[in-house]
Design a protein around this ligand. Sequence first.
Ligand SMILES: *Cc1c(COP(=O)(O)O)cnc(C)c1O
Length: 237
Amino acid sequence: MVNADLLENTKSVFRRISHAAMRAGREPDSVRVVAVSKTVEAETVLQAVEIGLRDFGENRVQEAKEKIAYLSPLIPEARVIWHCIGHLQKNKAKTAVALFDIIHSVDSPELAGIVDRHARDAGKVQRILLQAKLSDEEAKHGMSEDALLSLLGSLRTLKHVRAEGLMTMPPYFEDPELTRPYFRHLRELRDLAEKKGFHLPELSMGMSHDFEVAIEEGATIVRIGTALFGERIKSGP
Ligand SMILES: *Cc1c(COP(=O)(O)O)cnc(C)c1O
């Protein structure tokens, strides 16, 4: 893809975000765009940085590692924030902690514990989101509402992870309006957790085909690949 397409796509996504935010009575800059760069060439990511995008999402640790190694020396002062958005296997957690600023996909107490241990060893506090599964699709990762609420309690003893919010991936519907109940559910779950004394400002929800609905329901982070970079050639989960 040439730069001009990426620039046009980026403008269009930000315009649509502004309109969705305004419809919901929210400030447009209360929504952060994570540009999902999985399967996208590192050179294209570099163009995206030049356009002004700063947050990038990857779902495979090895691919992220190669891309970050390539890009880091090229973008020293434009500090890029790397988001791990895909299911994280426990044996990749150490590398993920080394690479990612924020991990959206913490989906079990075991993984939270492992991430905490690696973060301690690396001398960092790892920013995380807790992934909720609000549908009963077999293929999706994430915790049930009850599992998530009980993990929040035990996270208080882990000093090297900081849970900043919740993430979910609803089932795919042709009509994005049908995803609204899932986004609303995540917000309500967050509100319930806040009533119990947990501070969870971030809601990572909404992708290319449904981000406007997600913003209307309170998304603070939208994860957008196709609408910025075009259709992926290799299919990512
Ligand atoms: C691929 C992916 C996205 C982006 O999907 P698009 O439909 O291309 O915007 C967002 N979130 C996760 C977890 C993904 O794996």
